[in-house]
Ligand binder design. Structure first.
Ligand code: WT7
Length: 600
């Protein structure tokens, strides 16, 4: 539903970095995700929330109830001074109020910037400052398995380095026993008291910003990926309905946290736009035991289940008895996202979870693409283990060789690029359009550069081979090696650090840090301090798995670290090191090999 129809479907170009979709249109995404459904499915369940602790009661909301909750929250944000275009930072656990918060921002034309609640105070502060957020939504604590994470405490620490925040609204998830700063902090329930639910949507232009979401790149600073209203909306619903072949009345569960793009597009906007019933889960797959996912599928009769390969591998490793115990006959389609899925995990998912009945959609996309780009459409286009498959209709991938020329014919392998604009592509990096151009459009003029390498088989199906830049993928989370190196470099005794990803049976990639610290007397103590530093600077997701203290790093004559050698050494592939004679310091390789061996 549009308040004003668009004039032009597509304008601008990737070469110039000024693509616009549905220009001239006016709309509000929440009208399409909520109001539009009230006539036909107001009393249908929109959201089922399953708490971390299975003994706690679940919560359910119909479309009419979500509409009311969102309206009330939107009015509250207005009362806190939020205006159209303002950025609101959201740092919350997976509770229904998190989902409502995104929609409440969109309702009044504010720009949400969700920060995953596993990031540290430092990382949160950096993102708040970059977005210039004046209002922050958070919670006293977050429950994750057996752990209680002190969110408000982390916020208090972050705000010492983010003085621009004027108002913090705190949702009470725990006992509420946290310090509140007078004049700045207010309890959620107090802020909402007496606030009406009816809230007129603020109409937006098609190309107005909808949200910012930070992601890692090959340089240190995270990038604020900016998505706009109309193109994102259209593509979220289009891709949701087609990839999963969603049918009205079905129950859809995406296990991603809303703090990631998957949680934005397929936990929130896509399914609501399609009028689906969403399951939202607060906890983790292995608590109280490794049967939790399957218990939830059984309990709510989930039809479409969408998760990450790392979760599948972790659950597969715990044994079949956890999955065999439950009735999974409601399942119709299974999906994966975030990293390549190995064949063993694919077959386990197909046989044990899908009981050989459910097509698997392996969906390739990125924070920047906004929605799924390459994937099977369930039961419609081919699904082949470890292949994402064909591009969605309208998506034009290309494989490029080292000179940036398109490789035609099949099979082929090269750098994965996209040749034609699509509606949900990122429009800029917030506050740094130059970096947007340099990262995505200047490397191969006329193309969007994905950072991934891919192979195309005889039938034209795509298989993602992995990143071609210094980005690593740990448990489906994207991390820049430079970001981790910067954190390690803060240690006073560290002269230099190099971080690489190495194959890890559960996480996909583990984090391996090589550290030069000549003055250090106790390497074990240093390793512990380095881990603490990384957790403090970025968060537990970036915790190095292995750290080795070395006297030197292999470098080219121009002083560049040869990461290829570090990768081979970490994998134990020392007979494949290639020519090391061009190194500035070839003698360092033997010392590296010995140091890595001594780690075990
Ligand atoms: C990177 C994007 C898109 C939501 C989650 C991650 C890798 C993503 C797949 C897949 C192989 C995949 C790529 C991509 N990736 N999906 N199905 N098969 N690799 O979003 O954090 O922006 O990371 O994740 O390397 O570039 P993100």
């Amino acid at each position: 539903e549009w308040a004003r129809r668009w004039d032009t479907v597509l304008s601008g170009s990737m070469k110039d970095g000024n693509v616009r979709w549905f220009d001239g249109g006016q709309l509000n995404i929440t009208v399409n995700a909520l109001d539009r459904h009230l006539k036909t499915r107001g009393s249908q369940t929109a959201l089922i929330w399953e708490p971390n602790d299975p003994k706690e009661a679940s919560r359910r909301f119909t479309y009419a109830e979500v509409y009311a909750e969102v309206g009330r929250l939107a009015n509250m944000l207005k009362l806190q001074g939020v205006q159209p275009g303002d950025r609101v930072c959201i740092y919350m656990p997976m509770v229904p109020e998190l989902l409502f918060s995104l929609l409440a921002c969109a309702r009044i034309g504010a720009v949400h910037s969700v920060v995953f609640a596993g990031f540290s105070a430092q990382a949160l502060a950096e993102r708040i400052n970059d977005a210039g957020a004046k209002v922050l939504l958070t919670s006293d604590v977050s429950y994750r398995g057996a752990k209680v994470i002190p969110l408000k405490h982390i916020v208090d620490e972050a705000l010492q380095h983010a003085p621009g925040v004027e108002r913090v609204v705190v949702y009470r998830r725990g006992d509420g026993n946290v310090p509140m700063t007078t004049g700045r902090d207010i309890w959620w329930e107090d802020a909402l008291r007496g606030v009406p639910t009816a809230c007129e949507p603020v109409m937006r232009h098609s190309e107005d910003p909808l949200f910012i979401l930070y992601t890692s790149g090959s340089t240190g600073k995270p990038k604020g990926i900016l998505h706009t209203v109309a193109g994102y909306m259209v593509y979220a619903q289009y891709s949701f309905e087609n990839v999963f072949q969603y049918e009205p009345g079905e129950i859809f569960w995406c296990t991603a946290d809303i703090g990631w793009i998957t949680g934005h597009t397929y936990m929130t906007y896509g399914p609501l736009l399609a009028g689906a019933t969403i399951v939202m889960f607060e906890g983790v797959p292995t608590w109280p035991d490794a049967g939790r996912f399957w218990e939830i599928v059984d309990k709510y009769g989930v039809n479409i289940f969408y998760t990450a390969p790392t979760a599948i591998r972790a659950l597969m490793a715990k044994g079949d008895e956890y999955v065999d115990r439950y009735d999974l006959s409601s399942l119709r389609v299974l999906g994966t996202v975030g990293e390549p899925i190995n064949e063993e995990a694919w077959w386990w998912y197909f046989r044990k979870v899908g009981r050989e009945r459910c097509p698997i959609v392996d969906t390739w996309w990125q924070t920047e693409t906004g929605g799924i780009m390459i994937s099977a459409m369930a039961g419609v286009t081919p699904s082949k283990p470890s292949y994402a498959g064909l591009p969605l209709p309208g998506v034009q991938p290309a494989l490029l060789d080292e000179q940036g020329r398109e490789i035609s014919g099949n099979p082929a392998e090269g750098v994965l690029a996209i040749r034609f604009p699509w509606p949900s592509m990122a429009r800029t990096i917030y506050g740094n359009h130059q970096r947007y151009m340099e990262t995505y459009f200047l490397p191969y003029p006329g193309y969007y550069f994905t950072g991934d390498g891919a192979r195309r088989d005889e039938e034209g199906l795509y298989r993602i081979v992995g990143r071609v830049d210094d980005v690593i993928n740990v448990s489906g989370h994207r991390l820049g090696t430079a970001e981790i190196e910067n954190a390690i470099d803060l240690h006073p005794e560290v002269v230099e650090a190099a971080v690489i990803g190495y194959p890890h049976p559960i996480k996909g990639q583990g984090i391996f840090a090589f550290v030069i610290a000549p003055q250090v007397s106790d390497p074990a103590a240093l390793r512990k301090e380095v881990v603490e530093l990384v957790v403090q600077q970025i968060g537990p997701i970036a915790r190095p798995d292995k750290i080795v203290v070395v006297p030197d790093l292999p470098k080219t004559r121009s002083g560049k670290i040869m990461r290829r050698i570090l990768r081979r050494v970490s994998e134990g592939r020392i007979d494949e090191l290639g020519d090391t004679s061009t190194l500035l310091n070839p003698q360092t390789v033997d010392i590296l090999v010995a140091a890595v061996k001594s780690l075990g």
